[in-house]
Design a protein around this ligand. Structure first.
Ligand code: PRT
Ligand code: MG
Length: 218
């Protein structure tokens, strides 16, 4: 096994919010992924590199050992299933919530009381399926890959299951949050084999991440 450590991150909020944690571990990423087209970014440590992947692909790279560790949202990890991944730390970054939302004119509580079959558009099939099953609500799930907010506006669905942080996207589209399913934050995920074989190099980084994320959370 290569002794080099590879960290999988996605561009945007995860990359930005992971930077201070890397810094706490003494690691500086040399290039800005928003400006560079490179997918492999070196750090100041020749033994540590960062790869830039889609947010929902982070668990896959780590599961197969193409990356030794990565940072992924709980939303992404629940859909992936977490196979082959060790999840030692909640980094408490990229926080938001997973919610059910409907058009402001749709009486969700009434529809649920009536036992109506609801059409729900979402990227998060696993979470949505579990949520409505636990409530005993019958749903037809419609898989989307983005812009779920459009679903109720054009009659694709009665409701959506999506991530909400400030709520401004919902407001801008005349949607209202009717159920809070769970709080979401990003977790550090580690390849199970790398955890054993690269422990010496990994452990201090994991400890620094853990300490630094507790500090910002406090
Ligand atoms: O964007 P892309 O399709 O490439 O992938 P992605 O959307 O999965 O990646 P990214 O970088 O947008 O999100 C990475 C992770 O950040 C997610 O997996 C979440 O764990 C976390 N996160 C935190 C969020 C948000 N906050 C968030 N607000 N992910 C997405 N959003 C979206 C949400 O889906 C909705 O469309 O922002 C919109 C709502 O924001 P508000 O502020 O208007 O409520
Ligand atoms: Mg996004």
């Amino acid at each position: 096994m290569d002794k080099k450590l590879t960290l999988a991150l996605s561009k945007g909020r995860i990359f930005e919010e992971t930077m201070p944690l890397l810094q706490a571990a003494g690691l500086i990423v040399a290039e800005d992924p928003e400006k560079s087209r490179k997918l492999i970014l070196p750090t100041n440590d020749p033994d540590v590199q960062v790869i830039i992947v889609r947010a929902s692909d982070v668990p896959t790279y780590v599961q197969y050992g193409a990356a030794d560790f990565g940072v992924a949202g709980k939303d992404v990890l629940l859909e992936h299933g977490g196979e082959g991944l060790y999840q030692p730390i909640d980094l408490d970054i990229a926080k938001c919530r997973m919610s059910v939302a409907v058009h402001a004119d749709f009486d969700y509580d009434y529809a649920v009381r009536q036992g109506a079959r609801l059409r729900v558009a979402t990227k998060y099939l696993q979470v949505a399926r579990q949520h409505f099953a636990a409530k005993g609500v019958h749903v037809d799930l419609i898989k989307l890959y983005g812009s779920m907010e459009l679903g109720p506006l054009v009659g694709l669905s009665d409701a959506i299951v999506d991530l909400v942080s400030t709520g401004s996207t919902l407001r801008a589209n005349n949607l209202v949050e009717v159920e809070h399913i769970m709080d979401i934050s990003s977790r550090l995920v580690v390849n199970r084999a790398a955890l054993k074989l690269k422990r010496e190099k990994l452990q201090p980084i994991l400890e620094a991440f853990s300490k630094a994320s507790k500090k910002t959370a406090a």
